[in-house]
Design a protein around this ligand. Structure first.
Ligand code: KIV
Length: 264
């Protein structure tokens, strides 16, 4: 089966099929998510928190995103790969944004994601006009955590009008989709109704055109996960149990057993 491309997503969106997206950062997990039938894999800059042990996405470098994109692209064949433009890799202008985005496409992404609203519309337009599909990202935008004061609901009350205007600006600039993170469900519904591109929600209620989750939250890898991220499994616990069995059997001398080695 060939890779999902933007026209496939647009067709699914027009047919009213809800779109699915999960983050992926490496060649171990990405094919497992592909096997579940996910439409899009997001090489998110959340890899800073999930895979690199940072407290935020701000330290993530373009080189981190390139390495992860290559791994996800090499290990999958079907989902559309969207890679985040990390903090500091695009804000200075069209030349910087194009250079970073082109590098990510060369690494194997089919599209990039850019945080921000009307103030970024000129960057989105330039990338799209030059053949690079862009997904927008509004609401809680982790790269602006210092300005926003940490993860909290965005677009409440009158601020909803600003978010709505930003959503229109991003769509008019040519974005093929828009992530809405931590916004009131009623606002996400309104944005979804008014735009003619798919909205992908995370902590934005059920009425978006699709949903995205960080894979480790979805799978229940850590003891804590955000309230909007349902744990669809307890994979972290299963992994620790497997590792504990390995440690115990190795210490007891029951591993490796006769099935696990050969004389010739
Ligand atoms: O980096 C990421 O994982 C994201 C999602 C939260 C949408 O941007």
């Amino acid at each position: 089966m060939s890779r999902v491309r933007i026209p496939h997503l647009q067709k699914a969106y027009r047919e009213g099929r809800r779109l699915t997206m999960l983050t992926a950062y490496d060649a171990t997990v990405a094919p497992l998510l592909e096997a579940a039938g996910v439409d899009m894999l997001l090489v998110g800059d959340s890899l800073g928190n999930v895979a690199l042990g940072h407290q935020s996405t701000l330290p993530v470098e373009l080189s981190d995103m390139i390495r992860s994109t290559e791994a996800v692209a090499r290990s999958t064949t079907r989902p559309l790969i969207v890679t985040d433009l990390p903090f500091g890799s695009f804000e200075q202008g069209t030349a910087q944004a194009f250079g970073s985005a082109a590098t990510l496409l060369k690494a194997g992404a089919q599209a990039v994601k850019m945080e921000g609203g009307a103030e970024r519309a000129h960057l989105i337009r330039f990338l799209v006009e030059n053949g690079i599909p862009v997904m927008g990202h509004l609401g809680y935008t982790p790269q602006a955590e210092n300005a926003l004061g940490g993860p909290r609901l965005q677009g409440k009350g009158e601020l909803g009008d600003k978010l709505l205007a930003d959503a229109h600006a991003v769509a008019e600039a040519g974005a093929f989709g828009l992530v809405l993170e931590m916004v009131p469900a009623s606002l996400a519904r309104r944005v979804t109704e008014e735009l003619d591109i798919p909205t992908i929600g995370i902590g934005a209620g059920p009425d978006c055109s699709g949903q995205v989750l960080v894979w480790a939250d979805m799978a229940g890898m850590g003891a804590w996960s955000p309230s909007f991220a349902r744990r669809f499994g307890e994979v972290g616990q299963a992994l620790t149990e497997a590792a504990r069995a390995y440690v115990e059997e190795t210490q007891a001398g029951t591993f490796p057993g006769p099935d696990h080695y050969r004389e010739s």
